[in-house]
Write a protein that binds this ligand. Structure first.
Ligand SMILES: [Zn+2]
Length: 470
């Protein structure tokens, strides 16, 4: 069996991955708060942990991996959005949940085994809060319930900070009902127009952190294998999850391996509304950037390094993918190459796996170009290439189609035919030559016969080279 190693934020080193139960490998990843379209940065953990999900399924078997990713559908940002738009909360959360699934599906992300919505687990959250109060880790005050951070010795261990450092460094909310400024909300009161549920502390709603502790407990048990998310969640969200779960279930591990992906930038700068470089996955898809291209660009950078999204990277990814899709056309996948598998098993080194795919693709292309490659078993190399790409969620059937759709050359075929007809009379072939040269340099094969003009995109076809011709 392939041995997987993963960098564990908790221990700050790469460790051999040993699941608690290889028959049921369990992973929890924090999901979105549903009130708006997912921006590009939100998609990075989805794609990263999708590759890990695919790798685990490959190694342990598709029926032996349980992946949970939640939807936060009760939150002050959602309430604010509902007030702004005058729409019911349920309508907003249902709509944005659907958007999220569509956009992430367009990036080739498999649906997790369970996608719990927070509002369906309020009873479990209340029960967990009651346990925390009973064990002396939480207290009710002024309609709120707060977690008593000083009652948990290991608070801060994940991010490697002491409680005093955190108070000094963080903007903590000082409220009269808190015993300590770091104490965080497990439950808070709701006004009549805010969503609320009856509880022993009055009508109210849960804090954000408790939902992940309650839902992971319900769906994965008190101890499970992997917990993932963006590194912006390490503190306070994940520290708080650990505090809640470990205090409610003493002796359990909660999650054994903590994985965090780095953030995404755009053209070298932090994505922000004020810089005007803020866009959603849906915006990119609408602009005609294929989901597979976005996925490819993401996977070219290791998940623990900052990912810089650039238009140039997207363009390059499109050219490479078009070539790969031409090579993979009509090929049945066999088993992934050991080299690709080894890269992925080494702390999800997707960049290394992609380099290996490039190497395989180049070999196949040289062979197609007639290069003499002694001992090259082309049939098995083809099958391995496609299977390896699919392990990364690339060259799949679901993501196919764009390479045909955007290589619609009929307007240019028409244009070249007309120019040729005209040149027959004027005997001036300069326009025909100009069009032909531009097509050829963009990787299009130009076939002219008595029957007309035919344009065939070659493996190096780069549609951006044709922009000025249309
Ligand atoms: Zn969470």
């Amino acid at each position: 069996m392939t041995e997987i190693s993963l960098y564990n934020t908790r221990t700050r080193r790469k460790e051999r991955f040993d699941p608690i139960n290889p028959d049921n490998v369990r992973m929890y990843v924090c999901g979105p708060t549903v009130y708006d379209r997912a921006h590009l940065g939100n998609a990075r953990p989805v794609v990263v942990f999708d590759v890990l999900f695919r790798l685990l399924r490959h190694v342990y078997g598709p029926d032996h991996v349980t992946y949970v990713r939640n939807f936060t559908d009760v939150d002050d940002k959602i309430i604010a959005r509902a007030d702004e738009n005058g729409r019911p909360i349920e309508e907003i959360t249902a709509e944005t949940t659907q958007w999220f699934l569509e956009d992430m599906g367009a990036l080739g992300a498999l649906e997790p085994t369970y996608m719990p919505r927070a509002t369906a687990y309020i009873g479990q959250m209340i029960a967990m809060i009651e346990v925390l109060i009973a064990k002396g880790h939480a207290y009710a005050a002024d309609g709120h319930v707060l977690f008593d951070v000083r009652s948990y010795r290991d608070y801060g261990a994940l991010s490697g900070r002491s409680v005093d450092d955190m108070i000094a460094g963080a903007r903590v909310e000082v409220a009269p009902y808190k015993r300590d400024p770091m104490d965080f909300v497990l439950w808070k009161p709701s006004t009549d127009h805010q969503p609320g549920w009856d509880s022993p502390w009055g009508r109210g709603r849960p804090g954000w952190h408790i939902e992940c502790s309650a839902m992971s407990r319900e769906l994965l048990g008190e101890s499970f294998d992997i917990h993932g998310g963006g590194n912006d969640l390490t503190f306070p969200h994940h520290e708080n999850e650990i505090a809640q779960s470990c205090c409610a279930h003493p002796g359990s591990d909660f999650a054994r391996y903590w994985l965090h992906n780095e953030m995404l930038q755009v053209e070298g700068r932090k994505m922000s509304k004020s810089l005007g470089n803020f866009f959603t996955v849906h915006d990119l898809l609408e602009q005609g950037v294929p989901g597979e291209v976005i996925r490819f660009a993401f996977l070219s950078t290791h998940y623990r390094k900052p990912m810089d999204w650039t238009a140039e990277k997207a363009r390059e990814a499109e050219v490479v993918l078009r070539k790969w899709r031409a090579i993979a056309d009509g090929v049945e996948p066999s088993t992934p190459s050991q080299a690709v598998l080894d890269r992925l098993a080494d702390d999800l080194n997707t960049a290394g796996a992609m380099a290996e795919l490039h190497r395989l693709a180049n070999l196949l292309q040289s062979w197609e170009g007639g290069a003499a490659l002694p001992d090259f078993d082309v049939a098995s190399a083809h099958g391995e290439f496609v299977a390896s790409a699919r392990l990364l969620g690339l060259l799949t059937e679901e993501l196919s189609g764009w390479e045909r759709a955007s290589s619609d050359l009929s307007p240019l075929t028409e244009k070249l035919s007309l120019a040729r007809v005209k040149a027959m009379t004027t005997k001036d072939f300069s326009e025909v030559d100009r069009l032909k040269a531009a097509l050829v340099s963009a990787g299009v094969e130009v076939r002219m016969s008595r029957d007309g003009v035919e344009l065939v995109p070659g493996p190096d076809f780069d549609p951006s080279g044709l922009d000025r011709l249309e």
